[in-house]
Design a binder for this molecule. Sequence first.
Ligand code: FAD
Length: 243
Amino acid sequence: MLRILKNMGIRSEKICPAVAPLRVSPDRLKGLKGVRIKGDIAAFSGGSELRRERGELQFNENNISGICVFNLAYLFQQYEGRLTLRADLAPDMTEDELATYFKTVRTDRHGSTAEELLSGFFVKNLAVWLIKNVLGRSPAEPIESISDRDIAALCKGIKSVEFEVTGCSPWQNAQSTMGGISASEVNDELGSVKYNGMYFCGEILDVAGDCGGYNLQWAWSSGLWAGKHAALSLKGGKHDKSR
Ligand SMILES: Cc1cc2nc3c(=O)[nH]c(=O)nc-3n(C[C@H](O)[C@H](O)[C@H](O)COP(=O)(O)OP(=O)(O)OC[C@H]3O[C@@H](n4cnc5c(N)ncnc54)[C@H](O)[C@@H]3O)c2cc1C
């Protein structure tokens, strides 16, 4: 449809999946499949924070999902594939508070393994992943081998785990579309500024909302608005482009 409209001289912005999981290298996600955790997630490009969300992160084999990630997905295309996600896995505690807590756990669980330092605070798979990936240590090492310095590094890591985004999930996994017919192609009644009697609504227009009902609301509201004005234009005869 967009191709036909393009041939008619109607301009559209590049379309891509939005409101979708973001892809990350399976190597980076190894061991995290199935983990769900409430946290903060921020999208960065070129060192600048673009947007931050809070919610449930869901780790899969090759992507990170969850409403908070869905809402960042459009940034992948906008920043031409240069996107990093930075997760804070304990957003309600400071690094110092975490460090104090883990030092107490280390004392209480004397004689156990490094993995036990984080068990109970994080699910097992995530605890193991953090010990391996943030500390570069084996979860089977004695808990006493984790120094104060290691705990400080671990706490810093827990509050800023980075994932390079390698792509946005494909159309099949996306809830909506970024891009479409440019806003400059329609008037206030959602009629074409170039063709009388042609109206647009919903996803074909360059309008994209966050997850949470905004896209459906846009589809319904714009459909009602465009339909009403299409009917009025028939009734009134000539379509007034200036309105
Ligand atoms: C899995 C999933 C979950 C979603 N969850 C949410 C949510 O929770 N909240 C929310 O706000 N949004 C959600 N969305 C997005 C929302 O559904 C869409 O934004 C909305 O349906 C778009 O409405 P639309 O009428 O513009 O397009 P569509 O719903 O895509 O309707 C277009 C219709 O046109 C038909 N069509 C296409 N080409 C032709 C043709 N040439 N001739 C005749 N008919 C044609 C299609 O078959 C289709 O029926 C979700 C989307 C998906 C895929």
